[in-house]
Design a protein around this ligand. Structure first.
Ligand code: FAD
Length: 281
């Protein structure tokens, strides 16, 4: 897989919970402008818990001069809710959206799942309601979505989601480049050629990384786990080792012609910037 296309970099943020976190987010985002992000995206809480937070953060990012894409998950929402939100984003001039199923908050029964059950239903709905207004990004899982019954089924669902009207995809994070290239090959073998941009997770905290990875089905290779575990509470060593590992993954991906990199910044500018500096761009 090699291409001549200049890679496009994007950054993901989550809505801050209070005024102090908001200020840190703005300061960090300003520092990260050096990356010249093609766009930034803003996450959306399951069940709509941060609906206003997502819109506020989209506005903040647009105020910094970034093209900002809200994430929108369909689980737990009615068609009317989704339609109203899409209209709000249109009114704001937003042209890009990350369309997801989302996850049910724990403790909520299946009856609260909402009108649309898969991200493909949401993509179809967005196209029905808004035509080609939005550039639609969807999620991809090189190491398989944790609830899928098998890699082939998951691939078929991904292809269906793209054919429902997605323009490009962002992957779940991974640390094994082969998993990504194998996934892209299998997608292309099905005749689907949209850009599939690797999602990049900086490593700064062992416990948090293991917890996230357990939930989302991303594999942390044994050698990385062992090295991090041995570092215990030595945050500096974890950060330095994490930056080396992830920078080297990014180099491999870029050398092999990926269409871009999407950084899961976790609102932590330094973690992403240390990788960026390592890439020497
Ligand atoms: P889908 O594409 O619907 O897939 C979910 C599962 O359903 C898969 O196992 C798939 O194989 C299966 N499936 C799909 N279609 C069918 C079908 N027709 N029949 C049977 N099974 C089917 N979560 C949030 O809450 N907020 C966010 O902001 C957020 N941002 C994310 C950004 C990225 C880039 C990624 C990779 C994930 C993000 N997530 C977010 C997590 C995401 O919501 C979860 O991974 C969720 O479990 C699946 O969402 P999806 O859009 O991939 O779902």
């Amino acid at each position: 897989m090699t291409s001549q296309v200049t890679p496009a970099f994007s950054l993901e943020f989550f809505p801050p919970r209070d005024a102090a976190a908001q200020q840190r987010l703005v300061d960090g985002a300003k520092q990260m402008l050096v990356i010249e992000p093609h766009y930034v995206s803003v996450t959306f809480g399951a069940g709509g818990s941060t609906r206003d937070g997502t819109l506020d953060t989209v506005r903040t990012m647009r105020g910094l001069g970034c093209d900002a894409a809200p994430h929108l998950s369909c689980i737990g929402s009615s068609r009317d809710d989704l339609k109203a939100l899409l209209q709000r984003y249109r009114d704001e001039g937003v042209r890009r959206i990350v369309a997801l199923r989302g996850d049910m908050p724990s403790g909520m029964g299946a009856s609260a799942a909402g009108a649309l059950h898969h991200a493909s239903d949401l993509v179809e709905f967005i196209r029905q309601e808004t035509g080609d207004w939005f550039h639609i990004e969807v999620a991809a899982y090189p190491e398989m979505h944790p609830q899928a019954s098998g890699p082939e089924k998951d691939l078929a669902h991904f292809v269906h989601k793209v054919r429902a009207g997605a323009n490009s995809a962002i992957t779940q994070y991974f640390f094994n480049a082969d998993a990504y290239f194998d996934f892209v090959d299998r997608v292309q073998a099905k005749g689907v050629n949209i850009p599939i941009v690797p999602g990049i997770m900086p490593i700064t905290n062992y416990t948090q990384l293991m917890r996230f990875s357990e939930m989302c089905g991303a594999e942390v290779p044994r050698w990385i786990r062992l090295r991090l575990a041995e570092m215990g509470d030595d945050k500096e060593s974890i950060r330095a080792f994490g930056a080396d590992v992830v920078t080297s993954l990014c180099e491999t991906l870029l050398d092999n012609g990926v269409p871009g990199l999407h950084f899961y910044t976790l609102n932590n500018a330094e973690a992403t910037l240390s990788i960026w500096r390592g890439l020497g761009r």
